[in-house]
Each structure stands twice: as C-alpha cells, then as structure tokens.
Write a protein that binds this ligand. Sequence first.
Ligand code: SAM
Length: 226
Amino acid sequence: MTRTGDDTTRDTGEEDGAQRDPDDPDDPHTPDGQGDPEAIGLASTLFLTEYSPRTQLEVLHISACDLPAPVLDLGCGREGRLVRWLRDHGKAAVGIDLGAEAGPGLVAGNWFEADLGVETWGSIVSHMAFSSYFMHSHLRHTGEARRCAARYMAILAALVPGGAFYYAPGLPFMEHVLTPNRFEVSRQPLEALQGRWLDRVLADLFGKTVLYAARVVRRCPRGQAP
Ligand SMILES: C[S@@+](CC[C@H](N)C(=O)[O-])C[C@H]1O[C@@H](n2cnc3c(N)ncnc32)[C@H](O)[C@@H]1O
C-alpha cells in the first residue's frame, strides 16, 4: 500500500504490523486514504482518496441497518467499498463511479449522465464525492456549478418519498434554497474527521463553514405514509 502522510499513517495503525481487513467497518485501523496531500495537491487528494466503509458511515452519520434500500452510492470509488460492504450485509446497493471496477453492483459511469430515475432510491449516499465536486465548482468558479445544481435537484427527485440523500461536505447554498415543506435538512459535525489530515484538507479548500455532513429527506406528501 502507498505510504501516507503523517496523520493518515497514524490513523491506519499500521505501525504495529498487524493484519487489517480493509472492508471491516469495525476495524478501527482500516486504512482511510492514499497519497501525500502536500505532494499531490489538496484538491486531487480530496477527489481521489477512497475511505473505509466505517469512516464513510461515521462521517455521514448513517446507521447501516436503518439505511432505507435500495441504496445508490454516487462516486463510490474504484472499489465501491461501501457498496460491497452493504451488499455483503444484505442491503440492495449500487454504486456509480467514473473509475468503478467491474463488480457486483458497481457501474462505471458519470453522475451527470447516469439515469437516476424518479422516486427510485430509498437512500442516496455520496461521501466526499458529488458535493466535494459541487463545492469546488462553486468556490473556484469552474463553470460547472449550474450543472451541479441541476444534478443535485435530480438526485433529490430520484428519492422515494421519505428517502434521504446523505453527503459530505455540506452544501449550504443549496440546502438553504430547499422548500422546507418538501425537504427536511439536518446537519452533523464531521467529528469523525477531527484531527485527521482530511480535516485540514477540507478546511484549506472550503473553509470551516462547510465542515458538516448533510442529510436531506424528501418529505412524504401530506397523508401519505413513507
Ligand atoms: C474522494 S473519492 C470518494 C470515493 C468514495 N465515495 C469514498 O468515500 O471512498 C471521489 C470519487 O468521485 C468519483 N467521481 C468524480 N467525478 C465523477 C463523476 N462525474 N461521475 C462519477 N464519479 C465521479 C471519482 O472517480 C472518485 O472515485
């Protein structure tokens, strides 16, 4: 495995030479990232690193057993580690990523082009993926922010009533324009990241105000049970 920056090395606990299962979310030593942030650049680090299922679930404040299926993971990473873990634990889950390997539930595709459907998914998750890209486009004026905003609304439309979109980092400028009678937004601090190098990467790139995970629930129409 590629050696990582100081903090990540400390996170992995690899110094003791113990065998680790990279897909075990209960393994506190699961490797979380690859590459040296300083060496390859903060943005590319943020966009390319893949995380353990444990970290993704912690950051997004998701309890896997309560996660309504089917689950779509947007920007699931090459290995689709969360998708694999959810499927191994009996959840219907699919992941899309530009670089997805061939594998059960994994689709190599672009989140801008994929047919997400309408009222299809119980949960859509995107850990350090779609919203990172959106935030970067927004703050750096890359010309993609409008396209991201349209996609964000398509993602919400792809949720079944009562379904939720979980993502980090948060997107305050989108969450603030959602109609409260149609969507319920909640935010959770990214305490799972505190003290890790990713915390600094996010703060340097985006500023402290976006350091939270968001959950947007599509409310059920009045009188309709979830
Ligand atoms: C930082 S990684 C996070 C991966 C995974 N969610 C995790 O937490 O381990 C971001 C992922 O988004 C994917 N990605 C970037 N742009 C994409 C796009 N337009 N469509 C699909 N995937 C994209 C990248 O290939 C990368 O695997």
